[in-house]
Design a binder for this molecule. Structure first.
Ligand SMILES: [Zn+2]
Length: 210
């Protein structure tokens, strides 16, 4: 797909996420892989008002080629691309339900969500929890790298989700499913719940997982 179209897609998806309350202020960032680098949303930019022409273009080593300075969270995206060769796009949000779950005690770090719905299993899979580090801390990049090979969706503790997809649409759809699943997990808290059984989960994994 050509670069101009990708820039417009990033801005349109950013606005859609912002308009629906999935991004606020300058929180959240989107990147898309190019043949020789990446497009990355700029630092301190509002997802609801992205200018396609000012989106950062960075080279294969992460250096800025054109556009505004890239997000301070670019390293989270690069960690995903480095560990997952099939990644075409990465989305990171501070969406409220996912952040709420990321603050809960007693989560399984290898599989945060209980098996609530088929679509969560198909699109999010096993969500990994990454320990808390301050934003921008290089240890956070290392912690993401440590799990990214096995998980295309990770949840940064007390921070938010990062999701890789083969395309921008795939990454956005998966992070929206993740946010919905977090909301369901919170809604079900304290309610007797009939989760999918291990056999039902195994069937989904064998039939739908790529
Ligand atoms: Zn963040």
């Amino acid at each position: 797909m050509n670069e101009d179209r990708l820039r417009e897609d990033i801005a349109a998806i950013g606005k859609s996420l912002y308009d629906r309350g999935l991004a606020h202020g300058s929180a959240g960032n989107i990147s898309v892989k190019l043949a020789d680098g990446w497009l990355m949303t700029p630092t301190n930019s509002c997802m609801g008002r992205l200018d396609p022409a000012r989106i950062s273009r960075i080279d294969a080593k992460g250096a800025l080629i054109s556009g505004d300075k890239p997000s301070k969270e670019t390293f989270l995206h690069l960690a995903m691309y480095e560990e997952r060769a099939s990644t075409g796009a990465v989305v990171h949000l501070h969406s409220v339900h996912s952040v709420a779950v990321s603050c809960m005690d007693g989560l399984d770090p290898g599989d945060v969500f209980p098996p609530i719905t088929a679509y969560a299993i198909m699109q999010v899979g096993k969500l990994a929890l990454v320990p808390y580090y301050p934003p921008g801390d290089e240890s956070l990049a290392e912690a993401v790298r440590a799990v990214a090979g096995r998980h295309h969706a990770v949840l940064l503790a007390n921070h938010g989700p990062v999701v890789a997809g083969s395309t921008l649409d795939a990454a956005v759809n998966a992070i929206e499913e993740l946010e919905q699943t977090a909301k369901l997990m919170l809604l079900l808290d304290g309610h007797a719940t009939r989760y999918l059984t291990p056999v039902q989960v195994a069937q989904l994994n064998s039939r739908f997982k790529s």
